[in-house]
Design a protein around this ligand. Structure first.
Ligand code: PSV
Ligand code: MN
Length: 432
Protein backbone atom coordinates (compact mmCIF):
# COMPACT_ATOMS: atom_id res chain seq x y z
CA UNK A 1 0.00 0.00 0.00
CA UNK A 2 1.24 3.49 -0.83
CA UNK A 3 2.38 5.60 2.11
CA UNK A 4 -0.20 8.20 3.19
CA UNK A 5 0.27 11.63 1.65
CA UNK A 6 2.13 14.11 3.85
CA UNK A 7 3.41 17.68 3.62
CA UNK A 8 7.19 17.54 3.29
CA UNK A 9 9.96 20.03 4.00
CA UNK A 10 10.47 20.87 0.33
CA UNK A 11 6.88 21.95 -0.13
CA UNK A 12 7.14 24.16 2.95
CA UNK A 13 10.49 25.61 1.85
CA UNK A 14 9.27 26.45 -1.64
CA UNK A 15 6.14 28.18 -0.28
CA UNK A 16 8.35 30.10 2.17
CA UNK A 17 10.79 31.21 -0.51
CA UNK A 18 8.15 33.34 -2.19
CA UNK A 19 7.07 34.99 1.04
CA UNK A 20 10.46 35.56 2.61
CA UNK A 21 11.33 38.99 1.10
CA UNK A 22 8.05 40.53 2.30
CA UNK A 23 8.47 38.94 5.73
CA UNK A 24 11.99 40.40 5.99
CA UNK A 25 10.66 43.87 5.18
CA UNK A 26 7.83 43.61 7.72
CA UNK A 27 10.17 42.18 10.35
CA UNK A 28 12.74 44.96 9.90
CA UNK A 29 10.02 47.57 10.12
CA UNK A 30 8.63 46.07 13.33
CA UNK A 31 12.15 45.76 14.79
CA UNK A 32 12.61 49.48 14.09
CA UNK A 33 9.28 50.38 15.74
CA UNK A 34 9.98 48.24 18.82
CA UNK A 35 13.48 49.72 19.22
CA UNK A 36 11.84 53.07 20.02
CA UNK A 37 10.56 51.52 23.24
CA UNK A 38 13.79 49.54 23.78
CA UNK A 39 12.21 46.19 23.00
CA UNK A 40 14.56 43.64 21.47
CA UNK A 41 12.70 41.84 18.71
CA UNK A 42 15.06 38.86 18.71
CA UNK A 43 14.14 38.18 22.34
CA UNK A 44 10.50 38.04 21.33
CA UNK A 45 11.27 35.66 18.45
CA UNK A 46 13.00 33.39 20.97
CA UNK A 47 9.97 33.51 23.26
CA UNK A 48 7.60 32.71 20.38
CA UNK A 49 9.82 29.81 19.34
CA UNK A 50 9.87 28.37 22.86
CA UNK A 51 6.12 28.53 23.42
CA UNK A 52 4.08 25.37 22.91
CA UNK A 53 0.40 24.47 23.08
CA UNK A 54 -0.89 20.89 22.91
CA UNK A 55 -3.50 19.62 20.47
CA UNK A 56 -6.44 17.45 21.51
CA UNK A 57 -6.67 14.27 19.43
CA UNK A 58 -10.43 14.87 19.11
CA UNK A 59 -9.80 18.32 17.62
CA UNK A 60 -8.76 16.95 14.23
CA UNK A 61 -12.17 15.35 13.73
CA UNK A 62 -15.29 17.33 12.89
CA UNK A 63 -17.34 18.18 15.96
CA UNK A 64 -21.05 18.70 16.14
CA UNK A 65 -23.89 20.00 18.21
CA UNK A 66 -26.82 18.28 19.90
CA UNK A 67 -28.64 18.69 16.59
CA UNK A 68 -26.27 17.35 14.01
CA UNK A 69 -22.76 16.62 12.94
CA UNK A 70 -21.71 17.34 9.39
CA UNK A 71 -18.62 15.21 8.73
CA UNK A 72 -15.93 16.73 6.56
CA UNK A 73 -14.04 14.93 3.79
CA UNK A 74 -11.04 12.83 4.71
CA UNK A 75 -11.66 12.82 8.45
CA UNK A 76 -9.26 10.72 10.51
CA UNK A 77 -10.83 7.39 11.41
CA UNK A 78 -8.55 6.28 14.22
CA UNK A 79 -5.82 7.60 16.46
CA UNK A 80 -3.11 6.87 13.88
CA UNK A 81 -4.81 9.04 11.29
CA UNK A 82 -5.48 11.65 13.97
CA UNK A 83 -1.76 11.73 14.71
CA UNK A 84 -1.01 12.12 11.00
CA UNK A 85 -3.22 15.24 10.99
CA UNK A 86 -1.68 16.53 14.22
CA UNK A 87 1.71 16.09 12.58
CA UNK A 88 0.61 18.35 9.71
CA UNK A 89 -0.36 21.06 12.19
CA UNK A 90 2.99 20.62 13.92
CA UNK A 91 5.04 20.69 10.72
CA UNK A 92 3.48 23.92 9.54
CA UNK A 93 3.03 25.80 12.82
CA UNK A 94 5.81 24.22 14.93
CA UNK A 95 4.25 25.28 18.26
CA UNK A 96 2.24 22.09 18.73
CA UNK A 97 4.54 19.10 19.37
CA UNK A 98 2.24 17.42 21.93
CA UNK A 99 -1.07 15.61 21.55
CA UNK A 100 -3.58 14.94 24.30
CA UNK A 101 -5.56 11.72 23.94
CA UNK A 102 -8.96 10.73 25.25
CA UNK A 103 -9.79 7.22 26.47
CA UNK A 104 -11.70 5.22 25.26
CA UNK A 105 -11.80 7.20 21.99
CA UNK A 106 -8.08 6.63 21.40
CA UNK A 107 -7.66 3.23 22.99
CA UNK A 108 -5.10 0.99 21.20
CA UNK A 109 -3.73 -2.46 21.78
CA UNK A 110 -0.19 -1.26 22.27
CA UNK A 111 0.30 2.21 23.76
CA UNK A 112 4.07 1.70 23.47
CA UNK A 113 3.72 1.20 19.70
CA UNK A 114 1.53 4.31 19.53
CA UNK A 115 4.19 6.28 21.35
CA UNK A 116 6.74 5.15 18.76
CA UNK A 117 4.32 6.04 15.93
CA UNK A 118 3.94 9.55 17.38
CA UNK A 119 7.68 9.94 17.88
CA UNK A 120 8.30 9.15 14.20
CA UNK A 121 6.21 12.25 13.48
CA UNK A 122 8.06 14.38 16.03
CA UNK A 123 5.12 14.24 18.43
CA UNK A 124 4.77 13.24 22.06
CA UNK A 125 1.82 12.86 24.41
CA UNK A 126 0.40 15.51 26.67
CA UNK A 127 -2.19 15.03 29.44
CA UNK A 128 -4.43 11.96 29.43
CA UNK A 129 -8.18 12.56 29.44
CA UNK A 130 -10.51 10.15 31.14
CA UNK A 131 -14.09 9.89 29.97
CA UNK A 132 -16.87 9.07 32.37
CA UNK A 133 -19.33 11.43 30.68
CA UNK A 134 -20.55 8.73 28.32
CA UNK A 135 -20.93 4.97 28.44
CA UNK A 136 -18.20 2.87 26.91
CA UNK A 137 -18.80 -0.25 24.84
CA UNK A 138 -19.05 -3.30 27.07
CA UNK A 139 -19.15 -1.36 30.30
CA UNK A 140 -21.15 -2.95 33.14
CA UNK A 141 -22.80 0.12 34.69
CA UNK A 142 -24.12 3.33 33.16
CA UNK A 143 -22.94 6.90 33.78
CA UNK A 144 -26.36 8.28 32.89
CA UNK A 145 -26.76 9.63 36.43
CA UNK A 146 -23.15 10.37 37.17
CA UNK A 147 -19.77 8.74 37.58
CA UNK A 148 -17.26 9.75 40.26
CA UNK A 149 -20.07 11.30 42.32
CA UNK A 150 -22.77 8.69 41.59
CA UNK A 151 -24.84 7.61 44.63
CA UNK A 152 -24.05 3.96 43.83
CA UNK A 153 -20.59 2.98 45.04
CA UNK A 154 -20.27 0.37 42.29
CA UNK A 155 -20.59 3.05 39.58
CA UNK A 156 -18.04 5.19 41.40
CA UNK A 157 -15.64 2.25 41.59
CA UNK A 158 -16.04 1.61 37.87
CA UNK A 159 -15.28 5.29 37.14
CA UNK A 160 -12.26 5.24 39.44
CA UNK A 161 -10.97 2.08 37.74
CA UNK A 162 -11.31 3.81 34.36
CA UNK A 163 -9.21 6.74 35.57
CA UNK A 164 -6.57 4.36 36.90
CA UNK A 165 -6.48 2.63 33.53
CA UNK A 166 -5.95 6.04 31.90
CA UNK A 167 -2.95 6.57 34.15
CA UNK A 168 -1.55 3.16 33.13
CA UNK A 169 -1.99 3.91 29.44
CA UNK A 170 -0.51 7.36 30.00
CA UNK A 171 2.58 5.88 31.57
CA UNK A 172 3.16 3.74 28.50
CA UNK A 173 2.59 6.79 26.28
CA UNK A 174 5.02 8.96 28.25
CA UNK A 175 2.34 11.31 29.55
CA UNK A 176 2.73 12.94 32.96
CA UNK A 177 -0.74 14.29 33.72
CA UNK A 178 -4.35 13.22 33.97
CA UNK A 179 -7.18 15.68 33.26
CA UNK A 180 -10.47 14.80 34.86
CA UNK A 181 -13.66 16.40 33.66
CA UNK A 182 -16.92 14.82 34.74
CA UNK A 183 -20.36 15.57 33.37
CA UNK A 184 -21.95 14.73 36.74
CA UNK A 185 -24.83 16.93 37.77
CA UNK A 186 -28.58 17.22 37.78
CA UNK A 187 -31.28 18.52 35.48
CA UNK A 188 -33.89 18.96 38.22
CA UNK A 189 -33.94 20.71 41.56
CA UNK A 190 -33.80 18.02 44.21
CA UNK A 191 -32.38 15.42 41.80
CA UNK A 192 -29.17 15.12 43.73
CA UNK A 193 -27.89 16.05 47.16
CA UNK A 194 -25.67 18.99 46.34
CA UNK A 195 -23.23 18.62 49.25
CA UNK A 196 -23.33 14.82 49.20
CA UNK A 197 -22.39 14.58 45.52
CA UNK A 198 -19.35 16.83 46.02
CA UNK A 199 -18.25 14.72 49.01
CA UNK A 200 -18.54 11.55 46.93
CA UNK A 201 -16.57 13.16 44.08
CA UNK A 202 -13.79 14.06 46.48
CA UNK A 203 -13.72 10.58 47.96
CA UNK A 204 -13.33 9.11 44.45
CA UNK A 205 -10.72 11.65 43.46
CA UNK A 206 -8.67 10.85 46.56
CA UNK A 207 -8.26 7.31 45.25
CA UNK A 208 -7.21 8.56 41.83
CA UNK A 209 -4.84 11.08 43.39
CA UNK A 210 -3.19 8.42 45.52
CA UNK A 211 -2.52 6.34 42.39
CA UNK A 212 -0.61 9.13 40.60
CA UNK A 213 2.85 7.98 39.53
CA UNK A 214 5.88 10.05 40.55
CA UNK A 215 6.09 13.31 38.63
CA UNK A 216 2.43 13.25 37.54
CA UNK A 217 -0.08 16.06 37.97
CA UNK A 218 -3.83 15.78 38.29
CA UNK A 219 -5.87 18.50 36.55
CA UNK A 220 -9.41 19.22 37.72
CA UNK A 221 -11.55 20.80 35.02
CA UNK A 222 -14.66 22.67 36.05
CA UNK A 223 -17.61 23.64 33.86
CA UNK A 224 -20.65 25.75 34.71
CA UNK A 225 -23.21 23.61 32.89
CA UNK A 226 -23.74 20.98 30.16
CA UNK A 227 -24.56 18.14 30.07
CA UNK A 228 -26.32 18.89 33.38
CA UNK A 229 -28.45 21.98 33.03
CA UNK A 230 -29.58 22.59 36.59
CA UNK A 231 -26.61 21.76 38.82
CA UNK A 232 -23.11 20.60 38.00
CA UNK A 233 -20.89 18.98 40.61
CA UNK A 234 -17.62 20.74 39.67
CA UNK A 235 -19.26 23.91 38.46
CA UNK A 236 -16.82 26.74 39.05
CA UNK A 237 -13.23 27.67 39.85
CA UNK A 238 -13.98 28.02 43.57
CA UNK A 239 -15.21 24.43 43.80
CA UNK A 240 -12.29 23.31 41.66
CA UNK A 241 -9.85 25.17 43.93
CA UNK A 242 -11.41 23.70 47.06
CA UNK A 243 -11.11 20.16 45.67
CA UNK A 244 -7.55 20.67 44.41
CA UNK A 245 -6.53 21.97 47.82
CA UNK A 246 -8.24 19.08 49.60
CA UNK A 247 -6.51 16.57 47.35
CA UNK A 248 -2.97 17.86 47.77
CA UNK A 249 -0.04 19.56 46.05
CA UNK A 250 -0.19 17.47 42.87
CA UNK A 251 -3.80 18.45 42.13
CA UNK A 252 -4.25 21.59 40.04
CA UNK A 253 -7.12 23.57 38.54
CA UNK A 254 -7.54 23.57 34.80
CA UNK A 255 -9.29 26.52 33.17
CA UNK A 256 -11.23 25.81 29.99
CA UNK A 257 -12.12 29.21 28.53
CA UNK A 258 -15.56 28.00 27.43
CA UNK A 259 -16.64 26.68 30.81
CA UNK A 260 -17.81 29.86 32.51
CA UNK A 261 -21.03 31.76 32.60
CA UNK A 262 -21.30 34.52 29.97
CA UNK A 263 -19.24 37.63 30.77
CA UNK A 264 -17.24 36.04 33.57
CA UNK A 265 -13.94 37.88 33.98
CA UNK A 266 -11.70 34.91 33.16
CA UNK A 267 -8.43 36.82 33.56
CA UNK A 268 -9.45 37.43 37.17
CA UNK A 269 -10.09 33.72 37.67
CA UNK A 270 -6.59 33.15 36.30
CA UNK A 271 -5.09 35.77 38.64
CA UNK A 272 -6.85 34.25 41.65
CA UNK A 273 -5.67 30.72 40.87
CA UNK A 274 -2.13 32.02 40.30
CA UNK A 275 -2.20 33.80 43.63
CA UNK A 276 -3.52 30.69 45.38
CA UNK A 277 -0.85 28.52 43.75
CA UNK A 278 -3.28 26.20 41.98
CA UNK A 279 -3.31 27.23 38.31
CA UNK A 280 -2.54 23.98 36.49
CA UNK A 281 -3.33 24.79 32.90
CA UNK A 282 -5.71 25.75 30.15
CA UNK A 283 -8.03 24.44 27.52
CA UNK A 284 -8.10 27.27 25.01
CA UNK A 285 -11.17 27.96 22.90
CA UNK A 286 -13.66 30.79 22.66
CA UNK A 287 -17.29 31.31 23.47
CA UNK A 288 -20.05 33.76 22.70
CA UNK A 289 -23.17 32.59 24.55
CA UNK A 290 -22.14 29.47 26.42
CA UNK A 291 -19.69 26.63 25.98
CA UNK A 292 -19.54 26.65 22.20
CA UNK A 293 -15.93 25.48 21.90
CA UNK A 294 -15.39 28.10 19.20
CA UNK A 295 -11.88 28.72 17.92
CA UNK A 296 -9.45 30.37 20.34
CA UNK A 297 -9.21 34.11 19.75
CA UNK A 298 -12.07 34.18 17.24
CA UNK A 299 -14.63 35.99 19.43
CA UNK A 300 -12.80 37.75 22.25
CA UNK A 301 -9.15 38.15 21.26
CA UNK A 302 -8.68 40.96 23.82
CA UNK A 303 -9.76 38.56 26.57
CA UNK A 304 -7.16 36.06 25.39
CA UNK A 305 -4.54 38.81 25.54
CA UNK A 306 -5.64 39.83 29.05
CA UNK A 307 -5.35 36.22 30.22
CA UNK A 308 -1.81 36.10 28.87
CA UNK A 309 -1.13 39.44 30.47
CA UNK A 310 -1.71 37.75 33.83
CA UNK A 311 0.34 34.73 32.85
CA UNK A 312 3.30 36.71 31.57
CA UNK A 313 3.17 38.93 34.64
CA UNK A 314 3.52 35.81 36.80
CA UNK A 315 6.20 34.35 34.52
CA UNK A 316 8.34 37.49 34.62
CA UNK A 317 7.92 37.78 38.36
CA UNK A 318 9.13 34.17 38.72
CA UNK A 319 6.03 33.20 40.69
CA UNK A 320 6.73 30.01 42.65
CA UNK A 321 5.27 26.88 41.06
CA UNK A 322 4.31 28.70 37.84
CA UNK A 323 4.16 25.99 35.17
CA UNK A 324 0.77 25.98 33.40
CA UNK A 325 0.01 23.34 30.78
CA UNK A 326 -1.43 24.79 27.57
CA UNK A 327 -3.81 22.95 25.29
CA UNK A 328 -6.50 23.71 22.72
CA UNK A 329 -9.94 22.18 23.26
CA UNK A 330 -12.34 23.15 20.49
CA UNK A 331 -15.13 21.74 18.39
CA UNK A 332 -14.65 22.39 14.68
CA UNK A 333 -18.08 22.07 13.17
CA UNK A 334 -17.89 24.10 9.95
CA UNK A 335 -14.17 24.48 9.21
CA UNK A 336 -11.37 22.17 8.19
CA UNK A 337 -10.15 21.14 11.68
CA UNK A 338 -6.50 21.32 10.63
CA UNK A 339 -6.93 24.94 9.56
CA UNK A 340 -8.78 25.83 12.76
CA UNK A 341 -6.13 24.22 14.93
CA UNK A 342 -3.33 26.01 13.08
CA UNK A 343 -5.01 29.39 13.33
CA UNK A 344 -5.93 28.89 16.98
CA UNK A 345 -2.41 27.80 17.94
CA UNK A 346 -1.06 30.92 16.22
CA UNK A 347 -3.58 33.11 18.04
CA UNK A 348 -2.47 31.69 21.38
CA UNK A 349 1.22 32.34 20.59
CA UNK A 350 0.25 35.82 19.38
CA UNK A 351 -1.43 36.65 22.70
CA UNK A 352 1.61 35.33 24.58
CA UNK A 353 4.05 37.46 22.57
CA UNK A 354 1.83 40.55 22.76
CA UNK A 355 1.66 40.20 26.53
CA UNK A 356 5.46 40.48 26.55
CA UNK A 357 5.13 43.92 24.95
CA UNK A 358 3.39 45.39 27.98
CA UNK A 359 5.55 48.01 29.63
CA UNK A 360 5.21 46.56 33.14
CA UNK A 361 7.14 49.26 34.96
CA UNK A 362 4.94 51.95 33.38
CA UNK A 363 1.83 49.89 34.14
CA UNK A 364 2.81 49.56 37.80
CA UNK A 365 3.42 53.31 37.95
CA UNK A 366 0.00 54.01 36.36
CA UNK A 367 -1.62 51.70 38.90
CA UNK A 368 0.20 53.45 41.76
CA UNK A 369 -1.11 56.84 40.73
CA UNK A 370 -4.61 55.40 40.06
CA UNK A 371 -4.38 56.36 36.39
CA UNK A 372 -7.04 54.05 34.96
CA UNK A 373 -6.90 55.37 31.42
CA UNK A 374 -3.11 55.44 31.40
CA UNK A 375 -3.06 51.79 32.47
CA UNK A 376 -5.54 50.76 29.82
CA UNK A 377 -3.59 52.67 27.17
CA UNK A 378 -0.45 50.70 28.04
CA UNK A 379 -2.30 47.40 27.62
CA UNK A 380 -3.85 48.57 24.37
CA UNK A 381 -0.47 49.66 23.02
CA UNK A 382 0.75 46.07 23.40
CA UNK A 383 -2.48 44.54 22.13
CA UNK A 384 -2.57 46.73 19.02
CA UNK A 385 0.96 45.83 17.97
CA UNK A 386 0.85 43.41 15.07
CA UNK A 387 3.39 40.73 16.01
CA UNK A 388 2.69 38.60 12.93
CA UNK A 389 6.27 39.01 11.57
CA UNK A 390 7.67 37.77 14.90
CA UNK A 391 5.50 34.66 14.85
CA UNK A 392 6.26 33.95 11.19
CA UNK A 393 10.01 34.41 11.73
CA UNK A 394 9.96 31.98 14.66
CA UNK A 395 8.12 29.43 12.53
CA UNK A 396 10.47 29.90 9.61
CA UNK A 397 13.56 29.41 11.77
CA UNK A 398 12.05 26.18 13.14
CA UNK A 399 11.29 24.81 9.65
CA UNK A 400 7.61 25.72 9.70
CA UNK A 401 5.57 27.76 7.25
CA UNK A 402 5.46 31.54 6.98
CA UNK A 403 1.82 31.19 5.98
CA UNK A 404 0.65 27.81 7.33
CA UNK A 405 -2.91 27.98 6.06
CA UNK A 406 -2.02 29.00 2.49
CA UNK A 407 0.71 26.33 2.39
CA UNK A 408 -1.71 23.71 3.69
CA UNK A 409 -4.42 24.65 1.19
CA UNK A 410 -1.98 24.63 -1.73
CA UNK A 411 -0.73 21.16 -0.74
CA UNK A 412 -4.10 19.53 -1.45
CA UNK A 413 -3.75 17.51 1.78
CA UNK A 414 -7.46 17.43 2.52
CA UNK A 415 -8.38 16.30 -1.00
CA UNK A 416 -5.78 13.54 -0.81
CA UNK A 417 -7.14 12.40 2.56
CA UNK A 418 -10.65 12.32 1.15
CA UNK A 419 -9.38 9.73 -1.35
CA UNK A 420 -7.22 7.80 1.12
CA UNK A 421 -9.79 7.70 3.91
CA UNK A 422 -13.14 6.58 2.62
CA UNK A 423 -15.75 7.28 5.28
CA UNK A 424 -16.58 4.57 7.74
CA UNK A 425 -18.45 4.84 11.01
CA UNK A 426 -16.40 7.12 13.11
CA UNK A 427 -15.82 5.92 16.64
CA UNK A 428 -15.24 8.79 19.01
CA UNK A 429 -16.53 12.08 20.12
CA UNK A 430 -20.03 13.46 19.88
CA UNK A 431 -20.19 17.12 20.75
CA UNK A 432 -16.55 17.40 21.89
C1 PSV B 1 -15.87 19.16 28.29
O1 PSV B 1 -16.71 20.08 27.68
C2 PSV B 1 -14.46 19.26 27.76
O2 PSV B 1 -14.03 20.59 27.78
C3 PSV B 1 -13.50 18.37 28.52
O3 PSV B 1 -12.21 18.88 28.47
C4 PSV B 1 -13.58 17.11 27.73
O4 PSV B 1 -12.54 16.23 28.02
C5 PSV B 1 -13.53 17.70 26.32
O5 PSV B 1 -14.38 18.83 26.42
C6 PSV B 1 -13.89 16.76 25.22
O6 PSV B 1 -15.26 16.56 25.11
MN1 MN C 1 -11.96 21.14 28.10
Amino acid sequence: MAAPFGIDDERIASANQKLQPTLREDFDHLAHVLRRTHIDIEGLVARAAAFTVAIPSWGVGTGGTRFARFPGPGEPRDIHEKLDDCAVVFRLVRATPAVSVHIPWDRVESPAALRAFALERGLHFDAMNSNTFQDHPDQALSYKFGSLSHPDGAVRRQAIAHNLECIDIGQALGSTALSVWIGDGGNFPGQMHLRGSLERYLESMREIYSALPAGWRLFLEHKAFEPAFYSTVINDWGTSYYCARELGPRAWCLVDLGHHGPNVNIEMVVARLLQLGKLGGFHFNDSKYGDDDLDAGSIKPFQLFLIFNELVDAELEGLEGFNPAYMLDQSHNVTDPIESLMLSAMEVVRAYVQAHLVDRAALAAAQERCDALGALTLLKAAYHTDVTPILATARLAAGGAIDPIATYRASGYRQRKAEERPTRDRVGAGIV
